[in-house]
Design a binder for this molecule. Sequence first.
Ligand SMILES: [Zn+2]
Length: 451
Amino acid sequence: MTLHSRPPVVRVDAALLIPGRGPPITNATLVAEGKKITFVGKQSTLPAKYAQLQGRVVPFLLPGLWDCHVHFFGAPSFAPGVVTSTPPALAGARSARDLAATLNAGFTSVRELGGYGSQIAAAVEEGWLVGPSIYSSVSMLSQTAGHGDAREEDMAVLCSKMEQNMPFYICDGEAECQRAVRTMIRRGATVIKVATTGGGSSTDDLQARQFSDAELLVMVQEVQRAGLAVAAHCHGKEGIKAALRAGCRTLEHASFANDECIALMKEKDVLFVPTRTAINFALSNPQAWTPENYRKIVQLAEANLRTYTKAIRAGVRIALGTDIGLSATTLPINHGMNGKEFVWAVEAGLTPLEAIEAGTARGPESLMTNPIAHGDDESDDESDDGEPPLTKAPKSGQLSVGFDADFIAVSDNPLLDIAVLANPEKVTHVWKGGKLYKEPGKPVTILPPVH
Ligand SMILES: [Zn+2]
């Protein structure tokens, strides 16, 4: 492309266009110029300048999907020592397949809450690998003896790996916690993840509260100064309440949230990311766990589903995230199965249209630090004094003018059968940044064309 040549223009006509937020449009047309959407509306209202443009015709068009909770660990299991002893180059090599599988499933963006995503994102941006846009926390921040402390490792060894950019990080006390946030940002984090309770895959208690209020507050304030959001891993209610009090933006899992927690989630207007996909696969594969871990998984899985249903009824806003994170050909769950989360969302009580909003328009909102506007209103791009807002959240996840040209076509109506989105074969086309990556007979392949 020469300096003054026009960017490529793409036109897609759809029998039904589901915009991600707001009502679907029948007999619709979408036009993108370069990386941005420039027209969305009824075909009958298409501006004259686009009338001669030849386009593709698809039955159902929707925004590129978002998974708000993944990990590119490139490791075959969470068994003690496996993630921490997987060499980063091996993890990156395995992740190449995982990136392609994610895009092939229609996911054009992911929020990665710990893993090698921030390091491999450059290869995707360069066009060296194909995959979704990655917004990563780099590591999860954990206290000593917390969810992210791989206790099977000697502490000195763990700390040296931590300093060598492996995706885990321990910090204790306000000064270390503040420095940890700054270190993640220095390493490229566009969201910060903290663990405020134990977890199903670690050796600590699900109910154990982690980080003090003072530690959490100093981290949240540091993150807010950088214009980012905090995602809190939590299961037990004391850790959920602590995350909410401190000002975390999203709650991951939040399994044992009681009515008080749910009311607070609503009041604080946080996003709830239930992560049913990984939980349900963990539940149906007891052989993958130690007996102690499996006992915790059974407890949290039941509680998490109850919380999910109650939260939907209470009007808590949901963002979809799967917690898919491992890489092995023998696993029952792998990258590329992300669309399953839509099915669990509808089972928990969302309508298909609400589930699609939770898995598209809500994605960028999970990266925003400030209170999030509701409805269809365009939020101001600039504050009153002309200073642009401080955020790393992209303008994507909706089929609307000015948004990123990330969109997919599917063969069947997801409003009638949400499981369409869980089947990559029914995702017939994938455009990311205005570029076509998948069309019938040509799935996303691991190797991009090199020109
Ligand atoms: Zn996770």
